[in-house]
Write a protein of this length. Structure first.
Length: 415
């Protein structure tokens, strides 16, 4: 009898693979169409894999506790001629290409000068995943255009290393190779186009910021935002000496909110959640050709007066570029105040070793409805945002944290 493959289905828009939890059928067992026969677990939920049609289980290749990509063949069903023909018609024809065209950088090796690299075609044919289940040759759920789109040939990588380029530097190049790959010709053409432009060496601090942001962007970041009434802060500030700026009020509020919610003051490293032993928070300071973020230690235990004195010292050292790496290391979060630049809203990016960053925009007079007066009254309102590593914190937790920060800012007596 003809056989129909049991395929790992598309379980969600962002899900690329799933782990087998249990297999509920055996070879030779009769099954109905759409019968759940395998339980799989993704990073979001446990789901079921169902049969494509009625028939008899020919074999199950998948193994419990093994992880398989979307589109992998988990087994086969002996089905009727009609069902087998129906599923065969649904599958697109296999690509009519030679193996050489599938090898990353093969076109690059045929042209241009420089060192040539030998590619073992047998190694290319061998699956990189040592599992019995395989991706069907028909390529059902996996778009062919996405296959290998991020591959770079050895010649391209060597040239990038020579010029100290990163993958991000190639984002502006439209690849002309197979699967939209960037070839050595694409790279050299791009470099020639740059020759007529004014260029200068990046400063150490600019290069450091660029590297930190590149590493930060490798994480799944999310941003939420709201508005805050700054009038209570501005009123409280008038009676203090020295006078803390709004950013220090925000830093103090964030520190207290994190101290109240220890689960938010954590970071995910591998499969472990590392709880912060201290609420150390950075404050972004503009310094010549970049940004530095000195850390204020135990910010939840320092008064606003102490924070103000500490901050003024850090600003003086920062603008003189005298802040040591130790003074910028660690910390669970940071505050970025872009209000002085007239910016209302922003999505700052947390540093690679920090979980979140609070952004504060410029205060502007705006009308707010006052229930007690039954009329609109003017207030000084600012937009406030929280960007966070979504691996460590979810939307609900981030929302509660930001809400608590706003409550503290609108009641500065608690700061």
């Amino acid at each position: 009898m003809p056989q129909v493959p049991i395929i790992m289905p598309q379980l969600g828009e962002s899900i690329a693979e799933a782990t087998i939890v249990s297999i509920n059928v055996k070879s030779g067992e009769k099954v109905a169409a759409d019968q759940e026969i395998i339980e799989v677990e993704t990073n979001k939920a446990v789901m079921g894999v169902t049969t494509p049609c009625a028939g008899e289980i020919a074999k199950i290749d998948a193994q419990v506790k093994e992880t398989y990509p979307i589109g992998a063949v988990l087994g086969y069903i002996e089905a009727s001629e009609k069902d087998a023909a129906r599923f065969a018609k649904q599958a697109p024809p296999p690509p009519q290409r030679e193996m050489a065209e599938e090898i990353p950088g093969r076109d690059d090796e045929k042209s241009g000068n420089g060192a040539h690299f030998q590619i073992d075609e047998s190694a290319v044919r061998t699956s990189r995943v040592s599992r019995q289940a395989s991706v069907p040759s028909e390529g059902l759920p996996v778009p062919a255009a996405a296959k290998g789109a991020g591959f770079l040939s050895p010649r391209v990588r060597a040239r990038m290393a020579e010029l100290q380029l990163t993958n991000a530097d190639l984002a502006g190049i439209a690849g002309t190779g197979s699967g939209n790959r960037v070839t050595i010709k694409d790279l050299e053409n791009y470099l020639r186009q740059m020759e007529g432009q004014t260029a200068s060496e990046a400063s150490a601090i600019r290069a450091g910021v660029a590297d930190a942001m590149r590493r930060s962007w490798s994480r799944p970041l999310a941003t939420i935002g709201s508005s805050v009434n700054l009038d209570p802060v501005l009123t409280d500030r008038k009676r203090r000496e020295p006078k803390p700026g709004p950013a220090l009020y925000a830093l103090r509020a964030l520190a207290l909110a994190l101290a109240e919610s220890p689960a938010a003051a954590a970071k995910l490293v591998g499969a472990r959640v590392l709880q912060s032993n201290a609420i150390d928070i950075g404050l972004a300071i503009e310094a010549q050709d970049g940004i530095i973020v000195p850390i204020i230690r135990n910010a939840d235990k320092a008064s606003l007066g102490d924070l103000t004195t500490n901050y003024e010292e850090l600003v003086s050292l920062g603008r003189a570029r005298r802040i040591s790496p130790e003074m910028q290391s660690g910390g669970i979060a940071a505050v970025s105040n872009f209000g002085p630049f007239g910016v209302e809203w922003g999505t700052p990016i947390p540093l690679p070793d920090q979980t979140m960053i609070l952004g504060l925009g410029v205060g502007k007079k705006t009308p707010r409805w006052d229930e007690s007066k039954s009329e609109f009254v003017p207030i000084t309102e600012a937009q406030i945002s929280l960007s966070f590593d979504h691996r460590s914190l979810d939307g609900g937790g981030a929302g509660r944290l930001l809400k608590r920060v706003i409550e503290l800012l609108e009641d500065p007596a608690k700061l």
